[in-house]
Design a binder for this molecule. Structure first.
Ligand code: UDX
Length: 486
């Protein structure tokens, strides 16, 4: 590793950076900072993870990450280490990206505290500590004092900033390289050097850098996720209205999303949001707000409705099987909480599979990611996890799509008919082209799309405009539509 000092004409270049915690956020941060030309040391306490990384394999699936890590290690710009105290001694900046989940749907700050205690006393004077992990606001309000306390003595001061990530799994490298914005929250920065160094470092991102207090940065991060969760929940409520009054959700959210004040993304109705961030943060913020004496009924409702979607999906499957889940075989398509990841943390698939099994159904699940399949088997020992999509589909009484992987959405539905016992599809992501599925002879249900029985001939609309007009009207074309209770 080259050991040139930072260029005084460009203080944001060629920095010595240590990243502590090589989980999802830390590994992406370390690899991308190395790509920007910094001298990065990645630290993780898990030797197995370090060994795998040295052998060139990433601990999780993220498009492009494995090859970037390999090339940065080969170029000598990314070094791996297990001892934090040693690795931070000469660092200009130390990013801390350790886990803050308690494994039970809540937060824990023990790992963060342990890490700060292990690291802060060993920093050189003027070093900058940057917390990248998401933390609860009550902890953030104290963290500046905690670090100052750890620097008592003759060691000199260090700066402490928050730099929350807005990383979407599956798009993590792009989100780092070209973010929509960079948020910096200042907890303590006596001479302003910390802020200056980070602003200079992030010039490479060519994005607006917004500097605020640490608590504000924490709330900006949480607020972004809370807004996305609320937006999805809004779409799910609109879908329920469509089902109740006889409309299709697609043109409804299409029209709403074209208003530039709203924007089209995150208006996809379905089984709801999962993953390591959104569900956890929505649930936690309500509890933390309550302990701070604030009522947040909106977020409590988002949490409740999101869980309700999973139950609604199970009810929808039962409805499509004429109320009989017991002894029915359900092919559960997709386990990861969304495509392009192998992450099943708080994935709707797991809660749905559990409810189906509890109701006496046989569930055969499949996900294209072997790691997602292995994790699901471990999480639910009674779940049959198939090694191939054909194995999951064979003999199924209903096909339930939970994750919109392109290879599952684009199955040859006519060929699939030869595998399943009954041609019934329940689309938990509103991802399938219902015309294709109906033409292939299936009964079809989704969220806010009515319930459909197969048709002999479904005339494909010739243009997108006509198509939207037709899907807006559930009563046209050759579609035979029956709404709940009809
Ligand atoms: C999210 C935030 O997007 C990211 O900025 C933050 O840093 C971490 O949390 P991620 O958890 O990777 O990222 O997933 P995201 O793409 O936001 O999707 C979250 C969930 O919402 C998924 O389960 C997805 O299927 C669901 N979703 C998304 C919907 O149900 N409908 C939609 O329209 C969009």
């Amino acid at each position: 590793m080259t050991n040139l000092p930072p260029n005084p004409a460009n203080p944001g270049s060629n920095l010595a950076i240590t990243v502590i915690g090589l989980g999802y956020v830390g590994l992406v941060t370390a690899a991308c900072l190395a790509e920007w030309g910094h001298r990065v040391t990645g630290v993780d306490a898990d030797d197995t993870r370090l060994t795998a990384l040295r052998r060139g394999s990433s601990p999780f699936h993220e498009p492009g990450l494995e090859s970037l890590v390999q090339s940065m290690i080969r170029a000598g710009r990314l070094r791996l280490a297990s001892q934090a105290a040693e690795a931070v001694r000469d660092a200009d900046i130390v990013f801390v990206a350790v886990g803050t989940h308690d494994g039970n749907g809540g937060w824990q700050t023990k790992t963060m505290l342990g890490c700060l205690k292990a690291v802060v006393p060993h920093l050189r004077e003027g070093a900058v500590v940057v917390i990248r992990s998401t933390l609860p606001p009550d902890f953030v309000a104290q963290v500046g004092d905690i670090v100052a306390e750890l620097r008592r003595g003759d060691d000199g001061q260090v700066s402490l900033l928050l730099n929350p990530e807005f990383t979407q799994e599956g798009k993590a490298l792009d989100d780092f390289r070209s973010p929509s914005r960079v948020v910096l929250g200042v907890a303590s920065d006596h001479d302003g050097r910390g802020q200056e160094l980070l602003v200079a470092m992030y010039r490479a991102a060519k994005a607006p850098v917004i500097v605020m207090s640490a608590v504000e940065a924490c709330l900006a991060k949480l607020g972004s996720n809370l807004f996305l969760a609320t937006k999805i929940t809004f779409a799910n409520e609109m879908a329920a209205l469509c089902d109740a009054f006889g409309g299709m959700i697609d043109p409804v959210v299409g029209a709403i999303g074209l208003d530039p004040r709203v924007a089209p993304s995150f208006l996809g109705a379905g089984v709801g949001f999962g993953g390591s961030c959104l569900p956890n943060q929505v649930a936690m913020i309500s509890r933390i707000a309550e302990s701070g004496g604030v009522a947040t009924p909106l977020f409590a409702a988002v949490d409740e409705i999101n869980h309700r979607q999973r139950n609604r999906f199970v009810d929808l499957i039962a409805e499509m099987l004429d109320g009989r889940l017991r002894d029915s075989r359900i092919a559960l398509m997709g386990l990861a909480f969304k495509p392009d990841t192998d992450d099943i943390r708080d994935a709707p698939s797991i809660a749905i599979a559990r409810s189906l099994i509890d109701a006496g159904a046989d569930v055969a699940a499949f996900d294209p990611m072997p790691a997602a399949r292995a994790a699901a088997s471990q999480a639910l020992p009674f779940l049959f996890v198939a090694d191939s999509v054909e194995e999951a589909l064979r003999g199924a009484d209903a096909v339930a799509l939970v994750t919109e992987w392109p290879e599952l959405v684009n199955l040859d539905w006519t060929r699939v008919r030869a595998l399943v016992r009954r041609p019934v599809v329940i689309d938990g992501r509103n991802a399938l082209d219902q015309g294709t599925v109906l033409r292939a002879g299936y009964r079809y249900a989704a969220f806010g799309r009515g319930r459909h029985t197969p048709v002999a001939a479904f005339i494909e609309p010739s243009s997108e405009v006509v198509r939207t007009a037709i899907t807006a009207n559930t009563d046209v074309g050759d579609l035979e539509t029956s709404l709940p209770g009809h």
